[in-house]
Design a protein around this ligand. Structure first.
Ligand code: ASP
Ligand code: MG
Length: 405
């Protein structure tokens, strides 16, 4: 007998029919003898609808009241799902975050889970009941309702799995797993049977938005095996877990990730002196602008160039700041470019293989794609290239590293 936490997202519970279909899935697993805890999202579109209502009343609604409002979406689905389970003859009980006592800090709209009390849940499971918990919400020390940020039900599910020491946390969604790359870009992209937490984090932070990043971090920290699977078709999904050291032949590259949301800024002709990088990049991050790739070069004449990327939405603000900094430092030139994309190859197998970067550059060279910036980490190599080459680059890397079916 195992203890499984299942999470169903908004589309999976988007209508009464779908809620009934979820109930049927839960019942099958329950009848097989497993203990089941289900975390659910609000019905698809509901959280946005609630946010729009608030915005129609006040431009910047009170954050505490916002959480009281948006947490209702999940309260609807837990009740409906329990009714559907009871209709199938399975006894079930719903709990809001506060009723479980999912204790969080008091940062409304982006609260972090501090502790989960598993007593009531364990008691219900031992009595043969299915337990259904509202995702995305908790309660602070003073009893205020809090929410965990958009997509937060994933984190609720993982946190429940960690607290209850579940055998697996299954995230049911509208895709049947994690793919080697976006199938909309590469038709031959393949579903991965498994991937490590680290790889998933790299894939996710690059824009594979299957899971909330925080939930993957959480799962890695507490070593909760996570499985991403489809609520609309049967299949094994993708298992996200720790690196399997016994596996003799690991693929060198597990996936190709990309990100279209960044823009590049360059400041040229600045002094090659201690403190200059800090002056340039410190001012940008003090404005709460997140900096991603950073490259610095020093030319023969001892002048330095710094290039970095930021989110495209932050480009106007970052340009303005960079122009001010350029004036202060007597820089030669500031330029920016938002027609860039970031493409990365990701794989824990890279740690033990040489020549991976060369192979990547060779594949891009063969297509005549110019590389503007390069950065690497232990399990990832990233290049910044011109936006129009995105699909070509991803496709050629996908085949160069043998990722197709
Ligand atoms: N309902 C919330 C949202 O739409 C939480 C979730 O679905 O995970 O962001
Ligand atoms: Mg979601």
């Amino acid at each position: 007998m195992s203890l499984i936490v299942q999470k169903y997202g908004g589309t999976s519970v988007g209508s009464v029919e779908r809620i009934k279909a979820v109930a049927a899935k839960v019942v099958a697993r329950h009848q097989a003898g497993d203990k089941i805890v289900v975390a659910v999202s609000a019905m698809s579109g509901e959280t946005n609808r609630l946010i729009d209502l608030a915005k129609a009343i006040h431009e910047q609604p009170n954050l505490r009241e916002m959480d009281v409002l948006v947490s209702t979406g999940e309260q609807v689905t837990i009740a409906l799902l329990c009714m559907a389970l009871e209709a199938e003859g399975v006894s079930a009980r719903s709990y809001t975050g506060g009723q479980v006592r999912i204790l969080t800090d008091n940062a409304h709209g982006k609260a972090r889970i501090k502790e989960i009390d598993g007593h009531r849940i364990h008691a219900d499971l031992n009595a043969g009941r299915v337990v259904v918990v509202a995702g995305f919400q908790g309660i602070d020390d003073d009893g205020n309702i809090t929410t965990l940020g958009r997509g937060g039900s994933d984190t609720t599910a993982v946190a429940l799995a960690a607290a209850l020491k579940a055998d697996e946390c299954q995230i049911y969604t509208d895709v049947d797993g994690v793919y080697t790359t976006d199938p909309r870009v590469v038709a031959k992209a393949r579903r991965l049977d498994k991937i490590t937490f680290e790889e998933m984090l790299e894939m996710a932070s690059q824009g594979s938005k299957i899971l909330q990043i925080r939930s993957v971090e959480f799962a890695g920290k507490y070593n909760v095996p996570l499985r991403v699977m489809s609520s609309f078709q049967d299949g094994p999904g993708t298992l996200i877990s720790l690196e399997d050291n016994d596996q003799m032949e690991e693929p060198i590259v597990s996936g190709i990730a990309f990100n279209r949301d960044e823009a590049k800024l360059t400041i040229r002709g600045i002094p090659d002196q201690p403190g200059v990088a800090y002056k340039v990049l410190g001012a940008i991050s003090e404005a709460n602008i997140e900096i991603d790739v950073i490259v610095q070069n020093v030319a023969k004449d001892d002048s330095a160039t710094i290039t970095f990327t930021v989110h495209r939405n932050d480009l106007p603000k970052a340009s303005e700041l960079l122009n001010q900094i350029a004036e202060d430092l007597g820089a030669l030139e500031v330029s920016s470019d938002d027609r860039i994309v970031k493409v990365s190859i990701v794989g824990v197998g890279m740690r033990s293989h040489a020549g991976v970067a060369a192979k990547m550059f060779q594949a891009l060279a063969a297509e005549g794609i110019n590389i503007q910036l390069i950065t690497t980490s232990e399990i990832k190599i990233t290049v910044v290239i011109e936006e129009r080459y995105l699909e070509l680059a991803v496709r050629s890397l996908h085949s160069a590293f043998g990722l197709e079916e």
